[in-house]
Ligand binder design. Structure first.
Ligand code: ADP
Length: 172
C-alpha cells in the first residue's frame, strides 16, 4: 500500500511472464568458491542494479545436482559434472537475483559455456579457461529459472522479498 507507482510496477511477480521484474537462479560453483570469487561475482550483480533475494552455501546432494542438470543426463561429462558439484571440496554458493530482464542479462554477464567463446568482459571470460571448471551457473530461460529456484530454495521463507530504495532510479 505504501509503494510509489514506479515501485508498484516493478513489484516482483515470480512465476509470471513479461513483467518488469523477474528472478533467476545463479550459483557460484565449487571452483569459484575455492578461488575466492564469490565476492566479485556478487558485486557484479549488485553493481548492475539487481537485487539479492536469496543466498546460501550448500554442498548439494547427488539427487539435487542430478535433478539440476537433468537435461544433460545423456552427455559424456554428466558423471564428472555431478561429482564436481557435489564432492564437498567447497560448497556451491546458490543465489536468487531479481530485476528487469535478469534471466537474459545474467546469461550475458556470465558469458558462453565454453570460456574459449565467452567474451573477455564476461564473468567466465575474465576468470576461467576450462568448460569443465567454468565457476558459475545461471538459468538459461525463465522456465529453467522457475524450476531451479524451486529446486534450490523450495522451503517457505528462503527467498526474501524486499524493496531496494534505488529501484525508482534503476528499474523504472
Ligand atoms: P551452461 O552452464 O552455460 O548453461 P550447459 O547447460 O550446456 O551450459 O552445461 C552445464 C554445465 O556442464 C557447464 O556449465 C559445464 O560446467 C558443464 N559442461 C558443459 N559442457 C561440458 C564439456 N564438454 N565438458 C565438461 N563439462 C561440460
Amino acid at each position: 500500500a505504501t509503494h510509489s507507482p514506479i515501485l508498484a510496477e516493478t513489484k516482483p511477480l515470480a512465476g509470471i511472464k513479461n513483467t518488469a521484474s523477474e528472478r533467476t537462479f545463479i550459483a557460484v560453483k565449487p571452483d569459484g568458491v575455492q578461488r575466492g570469487l564469490v565476492g566479485k561475482i556478487v558485486s557484479r550483480f549488485e553493481e548492475r542494479g539487481y537485487k539479492l533475494v536469496a543466498i546460501k552455501a550448500v554442498v548439494p546432494s547427488r539427487a539435487l545436482a542430478e535433478e539440476h542438470y537433468a537435461d544433460l543426463r545423456a552427455r559424456p561429462f554428466f558423471r564428472g559434472l555431478v561429482e564436481y558439484m557435489t564432492n564437498g571440496k567447497a560448497p556451491v554458493v546458490a543465489m536468487v537475483w531479481e530485476g528487469k530482464d535478469v534471466v537474459r542479462q545474467g546469461r550475458a554477464m556470465i558469458g558462453a559455456t565454453n570460456p574459449l567463446e565467452s567474451s573477455p568482459g564476461s564473468i567466465r571470460g575474465q576468470y576461467c579457461v576450462s568448460v569443465g571448471r567454468n565457476i558459475i551457473h545461471g538459468s538459461d530461460s525463465f522456465e529453467s529459472a522457475t524450476k531451479e529456484i524451486q529446486l534450490w530454495f523450495g522451503k517457505p521463507g528462503e527467498v526474501i522479498d524486499w524493496e531496494p530504495a534505488n529501484w525508482v532510479w534503476t528499474m523504472a
